[in-house]
Ligand binder design. Structure first.
Ligand SMILES: [Zn+2]
Ligand SMILES: [Zn+2]
Length: 104
């Protein structure tokens, strides 16, 4: 199954100009370059597991939106063609939730 890199819309203004401003061993703070809102994405596992997940090409860069798999803690979380989230490591389907939203 082909995937694309994760894209997260700003919860405040809907902009897709969202950047990951920290590192996975610290926190998942993201910032919107349009309105300055910060937030952290979190995932919950939906339980279903798929196989044959192909990582996006090119792979996401360090400032691209990043989320952590709720099951295996991998940050290889990608978007499927139907818009759902999948973990590229363990293959579990994920639900995205935005937390710690602080309007800019
Ligand atoms: Zn925004
Ligand atoms: Zn996983």
């Amino acid at each position: 199954m082909k995937t694309r890199k994760l894209a997260i819309a700003c919860p405040q203004c809907g902009s897709m100009e969202v950047f990951y401003s920290c590192t996975p061993n610290c926190c998942f703070n993201h910032v919107c370059s349009d309105c300055g809102t910060t937030f952290e994405p979190a995932t919950t596992a939906k339980g279903r597991v798929v196989t044959g997940v192909i990582p996006p090409d090119p792979l996401p860069e360090s400032t691209d939106p990043t989320a952590e798999c709720a099951k295996c803690n991998s940050t290889a979380v990608y978007l499927m063609e139907d818009g759902g989230l999948v973990c590229g490591k363990c293959g579990v389907l994920l639900e995205l939730e935005l937390t710690e939203i602080a309007p800019g």
